[in-house]
Design a binder for this molecule. Structure first.
Ligand SMILES: [Zn+2]
Length: 428
């Protein structure tokens, strides 16, 4: 759930920027090789590659269930080893790194601005660096970018001998490859600010001489019943379990009910609140739908400006929700008076509410409006695709046939070939 909060905030920021007319390229990397994966794989008796693959699959499945749209690129660390080696070589050439026994370390004292992101004082930086005591380092703050091979660990060839990349260099290399030398927005959990993001900056900026990221967004921790959520505390909730108990929109509403920089507490009461809010929203939109039919949507309303203002202020989703639900309250009041003169205003409210709720992904017209016509049309379109697929199969064009099957699956439509023909069903 903690990671889901970060992923969801990223999803909403992307939706909002697209809504505002920006061209967005979202890159979300998969760390498929690091100490954690290697240690956990050893515990489970599987290969690191296998475990990373399983983790990736689970992540995509959960993200889809939460209505998170896939990123434009999902680079994997193990597919960018040459880029990492190149970057390390640049830093070595600049005197910002040194090699010891096949490992390469970053020389922190070469980067005067080290610590600028987390605003840490030198003594704090030393305290933070003591986690891994390595006598061979010139300075305790130095960190490894390349780790010499250890028995039983995955490894790659490099100019310094076989080994594997350090976690920090993975991100710098992948970010640079897919987004260029300077990123507009870099997001991540607040626990990554130091040392991980600090080290990403140190590596990238020393190598390129330009700023690594224009804006940093650190998503605060999620708590459970007032306590910190974490594996080490044996106190955590899996997103998939939460989604078994609550609809997607309720979980989304809950996760954005606080500003992303503020902690958020997962407890029964807050989930019940989100459930109630969603019920009010859906009831309101159901009632408003009737007013919407013949009225042209207007360009702007006061609520939409409030929504935009909130989102423009460091993506304050809590305030954006406030604007939406204030309007829901007002609409409910005027609906109860049954004043026909209010119809155009109500139509406008419907338009503004659906538009803003779709940016936040808490109302999905595609699934909510299931009146007979739409369902019938959908079914006819699926059957048409299956017909085309059958034609492809008849001429042994398996590529097209598989493509249709896989793309439908992505849309949550599962098809099955039986002796009687092909059947389909909607999976959730
Ligand atoms: Zn990173």
């Amino acid at each position: 759930m903690g990671n889901a909060r970060t992923a969801l905030v990223t999803d909403i920021i992307r939706r909002y920027l697209v809504y505002k007319g920006y061209n967005v390229k979202l890159v979300q990397n998969l760390t498929d090789i690091d100490d954690k994966i290697i240690n956990r794989a050893a515990e489970l008796g599987v290969s690191a590659k296998q475990l990373a693959h399983q983790n990736g699959e689970a992540f995509f499945e959960d993200s889809q269930r939460l209505g998170i749209q896939p990123a434009d690129v999902h680079p994997k660390a193990t597919e960018h080893i040459p880029e990492m080696i190149d970057l390390i070589q640049i830093l070595l050439d600049k005197g910002a790194a040194y090699v010891i026994d096949g490992s390469v370390y970053y020389r922190v004292n070469q980067f005067a601005e080290y610590g600028k992101l987390s605003n840490r004082k030198p003594e704090d930086l030393l305290a933070g660096a003591r986690v891994e005591i390595d006598e061979r380092k010139e300075d305790p703050r130095d960190f490894d970018m390349w780790k010499a091979v250890k028995p039983g660990e995955p490894s790659w060839e490099s100019p310094w001998g076989r080994g594997r990349p350090g976690w920090h260099i993975e991100c710098s290399a992948m970010a640079m490859k897919h987004l260029g030398e300077t990123i507009d927005i870099h997001a991540g959990g607040e626990d990554l600010q130091f040392p991980h993001h600090e080290n990403e900056i140190a590596q990238s900026e020393l190598a390129t001489g330009t700023p690594f990221a224009r804006y940093w967004m650190h998503v605060a921790f999620l708590k459970i019943d007032g306590k910190r959520m974490g594996k080490s505390e044996h106190n955590f909730i899996l997103l998939r379990d939460a989604l078994d108990n609550y609809p997607t929109e309720v979980i989304r509403h809950f996760l954005i009910s606080a500003h992303y920089r503020h902690p958020l507490d997962y407890n029964r009461e807050s989930l019940t609140k989100s459930e109630g809010a969603l019920r009010r929203l859906n009831n309101c939109l159901d009632a408003l739908k009737n007013y919407y039919e013949d009225i042209e949507p207007s360009e702007t309303t006061a609520m939409k400006s409030q929504f935009t203002l909130a989102m423009d202020t460091d993506f304050n989703t809590a305030q954006a929700l406030g604007a939406i639900f204030t309007l829901v309250g007002e609409v409910n009041k005027s609906l109860s008076t049954l004043d026909e003169a209010a119809a155009p205003v109500l139509a406008q409210a419907y338009q503004a509410l659906t538009e803003t709720c779709q940016v936040l992904g808490i109302y999905n017209t595609d699934t909510q409006i299931d009146d007979g016509d739409n369902v019938q049309q959908r079914d006819q379109m699926i059957n048409l695709l299956l017909e085309i697929r059958q034609d492809a199969r008849n001429r042994k064009d398996w590529e097209t046939s598989d493509k249709i099957r896989d793309r439908l699956k992505e849309l949550n439509i599962e098809i099955k070939d039986t002796r009687e023909g092909t059947t389909w069903k909607i999976i959730s």
